[in-house]
Every structure is written in structure tokens, then in C-alpha cells.
Design a protein around this ligand. Sequence first.
Ligand code: LRH
Ligand code: MN
Ligand code: MN
Length: 426
Amino acid sequence: MLADDHIQDFNQSLLEDHQFRYDYLATLLSRRAVDLPQVVQQLIDFQVAIPSWALGTGGTRFGRYPLGGEPRSLEEKIADVALLNRLNRSSNSISLHIPWDIPRDIPALQQQLQESGLTIDSMNSNTFQDQKEQPYSYKFGSLSSTEASVRQQAIQHNIECVEYGKQLGAKIHTVWLADGSNFPGQQHLRRAYQRTAESLASIYEAMPSDMTMLIEYKPYEPHFYSMVIPDWGTSYSLCQYLGENAQVLVDLGHHLPNTNIEQIVGRLLHFGRLGGFHFNGSLYGDDDLTTGSAKPFQLFLIFNELVDGAQDQAVTNAAVAYMIDASHNTKDPLEDLLQSVENILGAYAKALLVDRAALHEAQENNDVVRAEEILRDAFLTDVRPLVAEAYRQSGGALNPVAAYRAGQVREQLIQQRGKLSLSTGL
Ligand code: LRH
Ligand code: MN
Ligand code: MN
């Protein structure tokens, strides 16, 4: 798809300008106590998984505008992630959703993954849609259902996902439940929680000891009166009930407007229960837009908590799994994903520039203005040359979106896969 020397040739054309901008920033930051090569290395090491379901145009429930060249199979989805990773060297894993991505030929998939330098990040179960061949419906819930047979079917599906995960080397099993109710009185709220906890325990027991279960919360949709796992507190209590291999997953779009997500992140780090992220951009709800597009300051504040936690000896939280969970209607999904990763790396870079000792001192002295200015100083620094340098040093493109366009990737994908190719997923 992209000729081997395309990225290098492309970088050559931008190198002089990049060097000028990088040197300027390095000079500026040399006046502060910033170890620049270390920051660049931290950016190089940071990896964000790509979900198989974000590679095509998802559209909305009102309509979908196919772009053409979308992946038609799991193999083509892996190929697309490999392509993204060649451009930015920051997305070396893919997450699968079952049954959208049933792995048919496991050895062949393993070979493809290995050849493309990718791994499987997480397996995601789906008990929010009825499948043709399944005997029982999830209309009134899955793991929380009042019917033991429905619960059993949902548990079994999750255990199948765990089995696929074991075969493919995935270390994460993610559960998001669409269970809930639409009307007052419809569901016994306490019992629905209790049944869910017990069902999750059966899945948890089937996991190998090196696998983590991530429990994702969401306050509304598809149900609008109550969701069985609406908030981080419910996810957290389920994790406490299950054991140390269960962790909370924070999807940025799964909060009511104005929720202080960075505070949730801080709390979960404090409890050692922050397991993972689903990154996306959101103003109203589960908008699933480009990460950092509308609220870059919020994204920075989230990374500020993460970096602060990583540098604090008192925080014992295990490694956090980062993934994008987006849907695309207006943009080319691959360009959107490259932009999301870039915004994530930018927010991380800015958080790494925060003068933590000074911030701590300002906080201890209740110097509100100084504390805020320290954060603003880092946030307002143009870190794009740092991110570009991280791409360059790891073999990626100085400007991945521009390199993608210059390589006419979408045009080639359309030629290969057709104008109306359909990918599975939302
Ligand atoms: C639910 C969700 C969850 C699903 C994905 C398709 O809104 O965020 O992570 O698995 O979307
Ligand atoms: Mn999600
Ligand atoms: Mn979502």
C-alpha cells in the first residue's frame, strides 16, 4: 500500500522545517528543568490500541455515507491498523469485538499479526445485539436478565471471548453491558445489580490469571431510565466484588455533560482500580468523535492526572490500557484515527511538561492563581514538534495525515476493495 521509502521520502521534504521548530522548542524548554530526550522517549513508548470497529464509516442511526475502501474482513482490519502504525508507530495493537470479528483461522491471524508487528489488545463481548442463531433474546437484558437461561447464554458468550483471547494472546476482556430499563418500575434496581455481579463472577472465574476484566460504565443509552452499570462507582464496586484482576474502564463519552472526568481518573488511580480508557471526543454524550477535537483542555487535565499518578510512589495502579473508541460519519476513519492519536500524544506531552514540584508547592500554599498558571503554561506550549520528533525517531511520518494523503492511500483502498465495501460493526 505505502511503498517502503514513501515515509522516508516524505519526511525528507519536511525535515528542515521540523528541525527549525524542534530546535526552537528545545531552546525554550532548556530554560526550564525539562529532560527533552526523555519526554520524546515517553511519547515513543506510548501506544494506543485501535478498535476493529472504528475503521469503517459507522454513521448514525439516521444514515451512513460509505467512503469506499473500507475493510471487509478481520484480515483487512488488521491491515488497516498496520498501515496506521507504519505512519505513526503509536498504534501497535487492535481490539476485537465478538461476533463482529470472529477469528476463523487463528494460526493465519497470528502470522499476520506477527508480520505486521501488531498484537491483540482486548476482546470485547457483545450482548447488546441479538445474533441470528442465538436461542434467547437480550431485549430485557443479558448478564442482569431475570431469566437464568438468558444470563447463562450471555455468560457463555463472554467465556467464548475469553477463549479467543487466550488463543490470540489478548490480556484484556472488556465487558460493556447495554442492560438497563426504560421506565420506572420496569426493573428491580438492586436485584439487577446482584444478578450482574454473580454473572460477572462466573466469567471472571473462567479467565486465566494473567487476564484483566475491564468493566465499562455508561449512564444512558440504549436505556434511558436506568442502566445497570451507569457510573464509575458501580464499576468499582463490581471490581471489588470480583477480585484484583477486574478494573474500571473509563470511556470519555460515557459521562453526563460537565462531569469532571479528570477527578474520576484521580480517584480510580488512588484506589488502584483504573484499568483502561476508551478515548473519543464528546460534547453531548456518546458522540464518539475525534479525541481532543472539542475539549483539548479536558484531555490535557486527564493526562495531568495520569502523569501525576505515574510519578507518585504512593500510587500502585497497574499499567493502564489505552484504546480509541470512535465512530465516523463525516471524516475518513483512518485520518480521524491518526488525528485522535496525535491529540492524545499532544495532551500527554503537555502533561509531561507540567512543573510538578512548583504545582505541588502552589497547591500546598493554596496559591490558586499560581497553580492554574502552571497548568496553563504547559497546556499552551505548542508541543507538535515533540510529537513529530517521536514519530520520526520511531520510523513514522513527521506528519502522518499528510503522508497518508500524499501516499493516496484511500484511493488505493477503494481500488482494491471497491467503492461500496462494508465493514462490520456499529
Ligand atoms: C458502548 C461502547 C462500548 C462498546 C462500543 C461499541 O457505547 O462504548 O465500548 O463495546 O461502544
Ligand atoms: Mn467504549
Ligand atoms: Mn460508547
